[in-house]
Structure formats: C-alpha cells, structure tokens
Design a protein around this ligand. Structure first.
Ligand SMILES: C[C@H](O)CC(=O)SCCNC(=O)CCNC(=O)[C@H](O)C(C)(C)COP(=O)(O)OP(=O)(O)OC[C@H]1O[C@@H](n2cnc3c(N)ncnc32)[C@H](O)[C@@H]1OP(=O)(O)O
Length: 718
C-alpha cells in the first residue's frame, strides 16, 4: 500500500495547487516524493499552468521526511531528491512555486518550502529544521538555504538547537513572505505566485541569495563559536559538527558544493549509532501512551477541569505550579496557615522564575495565580475531578488522607498519590474504591521534569489511566505506565545506579573521578553530585526502602550515613560529597577522604587493584550494567510494559543520554551476551549485587535482543 500521495488541481487562474496528503503529519515518504515529482513534471509541461502552489492537507503543511524510512534501502540514490528534483527541477523551473504553510513545516517540509520561490504562512504555523534531534542533519538543502534566508546566527540556532519558530516570527525574519489566515492561505499563495509571474514581485531562488550571509571573516568567527558550543553540549556526538562543516562548505565554496556535501554527510549519519538511538527514542516516546487493553478499548478521556492537591511541600507546590501553568483550577490543602503560606509562596516563586525568564508576562502571572486557592479543609474538594496527594512518605498519614477524601469527593474523582515508593494497595487500604487509586509520580521539580510515571494496581480502572494519559498530554509530560512495586519503574533503575557508585568508592575509586566519567558518558551530572542535589537524607530514606524490599541484591555503602552523621546533607547545607559556595557552585572537598576511609573500614573491603585500575569505560559499565540488570527485572515482572518505556524512563527520569537511546537500547547495542558476561564475572568476585537476573541470562544464552518488544499485558505485579 502506498504511504501517502499528492494531488494536483489546476485552477482557472492558471495556478496548479499541489497538496501533500499522508496522514497524520503529511510526511515525505518515497511515495509522496514520487507523486510530487509526477505532479511537477505535469505542471511544468502544461501550457495552462503558469505557477505552482505547494500545500498540505488538513491544515498541516508537512512534518518532514518519513522517519520510518531512515535506515531502509532507499528508493532514490543520494542527491536525486535534493539536487536533481528539488533544485534542478523545482527551484530552477521556468514557473514559480509558492509554499502555503499551515500547522507545521518541519525538516524536509520546511526544506521543500525553502526551495519554493516564496512562502505564505499562517501566524501560528510552526517552522523548524529539527533533524539534529534525530542525529541527522537537514538533507534536502536546509543547511544551505536557511542561512541565506534568515542569516547565519539564526539558522545555526534553529538547526543546532532544533528550535522552531512561529509563522509570524518567520515573517519578521524573512523566511516567510506573507502572513494570512488559514482560510485565505491558498488563495493568498496563488495571488503571490501570479504576482511573481507578472514580475510584480521578485523571483527569488533561495540557494543563490547572499544578502544575509556574513563576510568570510565573520562567518569563520561565528562558526568557530558554534563548534565550541556544540562540543560543550555533547562532546560525544558528531552530527552538530558535521552540520556546521556542511554550512561552511556552502558559504566558502559555493552552495551547490554545499548541497553535495550535505547529501553525502546526511546519508552517512543516517547509519550512525547516534541517529539510530535518537530515532528509537522518537518512536519510543510516542509509544508510551499506547497501553494494551486500555487505550485500545474505545474509552474517551473525561474532562478534567479542577485538580486538588494535598500537601504544599516541594513536590506539591511543583505539581500545583505545573497545573496552573497549564490553566487548571487548583485547590491546595495544607495542615495549617503557616504551611499553607509556605506552599503558596513556593508556587509564587516558581511562577516568578518564568516571569524573570520572559516566559510569562506580569499579567499572565496574576492570571495564573488567580487559578489557585489555598485551603485548610476538604470543603473545596467536593467538585474536584482529580486529587493528587503529595505529603511525606508516611503510610498511615496517606491512608488517613485517602479515607477522608472518599467522604468529601465525588464518587468518580480520581485519587492519585505522588508516592515514589509505597505500595498503592496499602495506601488505598482504608477506602472502598481501589479502582480509583492510581500513582501519579512526578519528578522534582515537577514543573520542569518531563516525565510522569503513572502507576496502576490490578484494580485501577482503565478509565482512570485513559484520563491521566490525557492529563499528561495537556500538561506536556511524557507518561509511562508502570505496575505497582517498591520504586515502580524509574526508581527501580535509580537504586542500582547509586549503589554501584557507592560500591566503587568503597573499593578504592575516587568520588570525583566517577562523577567526571559519568558526566563524560553524557549524564547531566554524576551520581554523587546528584545525591547532593536531591539531598542525602532523601537518598538515604529511599535507599532504605529498596534495601528492605530487595535485600538480596543491594550493596549497602555506609558512606551516606556517615556524611549525614556529620550533618553533611548535600547542597542544602552546602556540604555533602562536595562543598558549595553562595552560588551553589560545587567544589571537590579534600576532607571527604576521612569519611570515605571510615566507610571503607566499615565495609571491610581491602582495596582491590583490579578495581582501582579500572578504565573509564569499565566504570561506566560497572555503574550502568546493574541498572540494565534491574531494568530487565522490571520488564520481566511486568512492571514496565515494554523495553522502550524503560528507555524513555531512563532518559527523561534519570537523565540517561538520549543519543544512546535509553538503557535497554544502549545495552542491546553492546549485546545481551556481553552485558551478561561482565555482570556474571563481577558477581563471582563481588557478590549478588552484580548477579545477572533470569531474563538477562535467558536472552544472553540465546544471544537475543533485550529490546525486542516483549509486550506484557497481564499480570502486573501488585
Ligand atoms: C531530509 C530531511 O532533512 C530529513 C527530515 O525531514 S527528518 C524529519 C524531520 N521532522 C521531524 O523531526 C518532525 C517529527 N515530528 C514531530 O515533531 C511531531 O510528531 C509533530 C510536531 C509533527 C506532530 O506532533 P503531535 O501532533 O504531537 O503528534 P505525534 O504523536 O508526535 O505524531 C503523530 C504520529 O505521526 C508520526 N510522525 C510524526 N512525524 C513523523 C515523520 N516525520 N515521519 C514519520 N512519522 C511521523 C508519529 O510517529 C506519530 O505516529 P503514531 O500515531 O503512530 O504514534
């Protein structure tokens, strides 16, 4: 079956309107490109056609090249689409083309639009070259035409940061020639095209414009700076540098040489591990909200208008901020005036940070704040659609809260808890509505972190999951649906990460070297710096939960406890693994040595020369393979539905580098057998913490993939 097509209609005024149609985003598949080429051949040869307008069906111009097609055997040889068709036939044609853009013009979509001789857009259309997010570079002339249309600095910003701009801003920048409403889009584009034919408007070919390009000296300076920034952002990836090199080629030599270099480089990058990983992440993110026996049951999400939050601490106020930012009415409950005003002040401070960054106006701030009411009882909970409990991790307190909620709230109100560890069956034990109890595990700070872990028990109703998935979309969070156990999916992966780091320090490795190596691997910070940030009290409390639930596979370093005894609680007290100045800058502390020595003595380990001499790569593997091992258990137990959910969870919840595709995808790229062999060897030397689990063992024996989707539908572990 053909993947999409284009349709051509020749109007009475002599404009051929070609419409791309490939739902849902009008992606440029091979079939679409072949059809477009046929339409162009016809339009250019017909005497009754004076000009061409290119547009997209159903209010979406084009979401770019079909991402499914990357890595497959290509229908067209490199350069055929970009040079032979788009440049030699469309751009160099004797009839002008105008792009009529509504909705989205992304990647190849924007590149096709830039080949046209003018562009008309709606003010809200979204224009971008986001290829770098997929480990690619623009491959249909974007690296050459965008700098010529918007100038080099803006083009670099848009490409290197995959930043999109709105139609109205594109107009100011000169990327778009006219702005109009969706209703008048095609007619305006047709008039503009005829104006070009009649020489009332200039006939621009983007590829040969030079008016916005800097001189060579300035260009070199700008590109040098861009290279430094790109290396700083991710030292391990190549494609941003390749993108800059390709842009430079076009400006230094000539744009056709640039086009050729772009085609060759883009093709190479398509097969890189980085691009495979990022493309996997793209689809994995979209797959998290497809839940068998839930989202395929025809259930319609209910309208959630009012949310009530119990607890205005760090999490509760972050969640309230998030909902307010997304225009939900919020009731925040605290136990007394003092706690309530502290919670409200936190929300105000959160909102003010958006004002400071220019993301909210003062008026917006006031409007958002008016959505919040602070209360000391449950009266205003009566018409809430969802309640999110965000109090301290105290089971009897939570049980009391849910029992009270049942008395006050509507019979169909969703009862969500933000617990990161406690079994939901226990939390809901004193209610008679286990079907309405669900976990909504946000990550701190809730208004910033992109993930929402939705936890269900075997009794949680599918309707509640559908409702929460819809809320997640509206508050711009990527959801993953997990089963009920200590730590759920994300924290289950976090614990071995922290414990492996503690193990290595007890066995002689340096805290700061480990943090450095892990940061070089691509994590935003190392495990010890993260411990300081989260707070060592929290790290210790959650670590204990894990110890109680999974004692057979824990490494219990005393180091955090020893630091806490000396009131080194982390960043908040300015002393933890690091010491901190007024601006929260972390500096290694030579004094740490004495705490480490105590921890080593208590662990009773003699320093192991094999471990002290570990390479950076060994450190990475000794820290992350236990994470992979636990992720395999989480999958095998049905806590996660699919391996790709764990990839998304590790990237968005832990900060695992997206260009490695997530923990499972990364492990798979090394092979299950390799991961197993290393863990098995370490478990012989150092015990059960490293012991490969059954799932990994079986996959390794068969040399099978870890990420080959194993879809667990039932049962979830309760
Ligand atoms: C040669 C060129 O230089 C190379 C390129 O063009 S590379 C491609 C560049 N384009 C992109 O990166 C755009 C990627 N897409 C997006 O950012 C977003 O999907 C979007 C803004 C277009 C739409 O977002 P939204 O409305 O939230 O819907 P979203 O769920 O993301 O996508 C809808 C469906 O379209 C699919 N899709 C989106 N863009 C696609 C693309 N370019 N190719 C193939 N499928 C695509 C998604 O996988 C999803 O499929 P599903 O329903 O089966 O899960």
């Amino acid at each position: 079956m053909a993947r999409g097509t284009t349709a051509m209609e020749v109007r009475a005024d002599g404009v051929a309107v070609i419409t791309i149609s490939n739902p849902p985003v009008n992606a440029l598949s091979d079939d679409v490109m072949a059809s477009l080429w046929r339409n162009y051949d016809e339009a250019l040869s017909r005497n009754d056609v004076k000009a061409i307008v290119l547009t997209g069906a159903k209010g979406r111009f084009c979401g770019g090249f079909d991402i499914n097609a990357f890595g497959n055997k290509p229908k067209y040889k490199p350069g055929v689409l970009s040079i032979d068709f788009l440049t030699n036939i469309v751009e160099d044609a004797c009839k002008p083309s105008v792009a009529a853009i509504d909705g989205i013009a992304l990647g190849g979509g924007l590149e096709a639009a830039m080949v046209c001789h003018a562009r008309v857009s709606t003010p809200s259309a979204q224009l971008a070259l986001p290829e770098l997010q997929l480990g690619l570079i623009p491959g249909m002339g974007g690296t050459q035409r965008l700098p010529r249309l918007v100038g080099l600095p803006k083009a670099l910003e848009m490409m290197l940061m995959s930043k999109s701009i709105k139609g109205k801003d594109a107009h100011e920048l000169g990327l778009v020639d006219a702005i109009t409403s969706a209703n008048e889009l095609v007619s305006t584009a047709c008039s503009l095209a005829l104006d070009i034919v009649e020489q009332k408007r200039p006939w621009f070919k983007s590829l040969y414009r030079t008016d916005k390009l800097p001189n060579i000296g300035e260009m070199k300076k700008i590109l040098k700076n861009a290279r430094v920034q790109a290396k700083k952002q991710a030292a391990d990836v190549q494609h941003p540098i390749v993108c800059i090199d390709v842009i430079e080629e076009g400006i230094l030599s000539d744009p056709r040489a640039g086009l050729m270099k772009e085609v060759i480089s883009a093709k190479k990058l398509e097969y890189s591990q980085t691009s495979k990983s990022l493309r996997h992440f793209f689809f994995a993110q979209r797959a998290t909200s497809k839940i068998p026996k839930v989202t395929n049951m025809g259930l319609i999400p209910r309208k959630i208008k009012k949310a009530a939050i119990v607890g205005g601490g760090l999490m509760g106020s972050g969640i309230a901020t998030l909902f307010i930012l997304n225009n939900y009415s919020i009731v925040l409950k605290e136990v007394d005036e003092q706690f309530l005003s502290a919670g409200i002040n936190r929300i105000k401070a959160n909102l003010q940070s958006f004002v400071r960054k220019g993301q909210l106006t003062k008026l917006d701030y006031e409007k958002k704040l008016s959505l919040l009411s602070g209360v000391l009882d449950y009266e205003q909970f009566r018409d809430a659609d969802v309640v999110i409990e965000a109090v301290i991790e105290d089971l009897s307190l939570k049980q009391q809260i849910f029992s009270d909620l049942e008395k006050y709230c509507r019979h169909n109100c969703i009862f969500a808890t933000n617990t990161s560890t406690i079994n939901l069956n226990l939390i809901g034990q004193r209610t008679s509505c286990p079907d309405r109890i669900v976990g909504a595990h946000f990550f701190s700070p809730a208004h910033v972190m992109p993930l929402l872990e939705i936890v269900r028990t075997h009794q949680t109703s599918p309707q509640i999951i559908v409702d929460l998935l819809d809320v997640a979309k509206k508050i711009h969070k990527t959801p993953i649906v997990a089963g009920n156990c200590t730590g759920f999916a994300v924290n289950r992966m976090f614990f071995p990460y922290a414990q492996a780091a503690g193990f290595l320090v007890d066995h002689g490795l340096d805290v700061y070297r480990i943090d450095h190596v892990i940061t070089q691997f691509g994590m935003p910070m190392g495990p010890f710096r993260l411990g300081d940030l989260v707070g060592l009290h929290v790290a210790s409390a959650t670590g204990n939960q894990y110890l109680q639930s999974y004692p057979e596979r824990c490494y219990n370093s005393m180091l955090v406890r020893i630091l806490l005894e000396d009131n080194r609680t982390g960043e908040s007290s300015r002393r933890g693994f690091y010491v901190y100045d007024d601006r929260r800058k972390a500096t290694p502390d030579p004094d740490l040595r004495k705490y480490i020595e105590r921890s080593r003595t208590m662990a009773g380990v003699v320093q192991d020369s094999k471990l002290i001499n570990l390479s950076d790569n060994d450190i990475v593997e000794m820290i992350f393979f236990p994470v992979v091992n636990e992720a395999c258990r989480v999958l095998d137990e049905g806590i996660a539905l699919k391996a790709s959910d764990l990839d998304v969870a590790s990237i968005m919840g832990m900060g695992f580098p997206s260009y490695r595709g997530g923990v499972m995808f990364w492990a798979d790229s090394l092979s299950s057998r390799y991961v197993y062999n290393r863990l098995e060897a370490w478990s012989k030397d150092y015990g059960g913490f490293f012991k490969p689990c059954e799932y990994l063992t079986i996959r390794a024996r068969k040399d099978a993939s870890l990420v080959l989707e194993k879809l667990n539908t039932v049962p979830l572990v309760m």
